[in-house]
Write a protein that binds this ligand. Structure first.
Ligand code: ZN
Length: 162
């Protein structure tokens, strides 16, 4: 069943668990622009980025964040807030064309009490939803999300974002 059509470049980076001492998962190397496979980043510019969630609720559970390490919407600048919303809009357009979802959940969990897994760096969740997907059935032909599928999905989405 498993297709191995994708190049297994840097697969080891995607499959390995990030270590705590590596710091914030949303903070990218300072001059880095564009995708960054070992961090599951699909797109980044000077102001904001899109990455896959390493622990997705369903396939193509994406995260949009400002580049700067800020914890709250209030701390972000107007430019950063605009960039995150703009990127969220573009992301949903891409996913809509590609995966034909019936809807999206989009939201920010701000603070640990609100359910933020990483409360130090503001990020917005984007999850495509389908009618009847109450069991979070996955959407790219996989039946459950395992790391290998994560890498495969990353490659499919990377094409989409390029
Ligand atoms: Zn950060």
């Amino acid at each position: 069943m498993t297709e191995i059509l994708w190049a297994p470049w840097r697969m080891e980076y995607i499959l390995r668990e990030p270590k705590d001492e590596e710091g914030c998962v949303f903070c990218l190397p300072e001059d880095h622009l564009g995708p960054l496979p070992e961090r599951l980043v699909l797109y980044s510019d000077q102001t904001a980025l899109v990455m896959m969630n390493r622990y997705p609720y369903n396939n193509a559970h994406l995260l949009v964040a400002p580049r700067r390490h800020v914890a709250t919407l209030a701390e972000a600048t107007a430019e950063e807030r605009s960039a995150v919303i703009e990127l969220a809009a573009r992301t949903t357009s891409l996913l809509s064309a590609f995966m034909k979802p019936d809807g999206f959940n989009m939201g920010v969990n701000q603070g640990k009490v609100a359910g933020a897994g990483i409360s130090e760096h503001l990020h917005m969740h984007i999850t495509p939803r389908y009618n009847g997907d109450t069991n979070y059935m996955t959407v790219l032909g996989e039946t459950r999300v395992i790391p290998e599928h994560l890498a495969k999905t990353y490659e499919k989405l990377l094409e989409l974002f390029s």
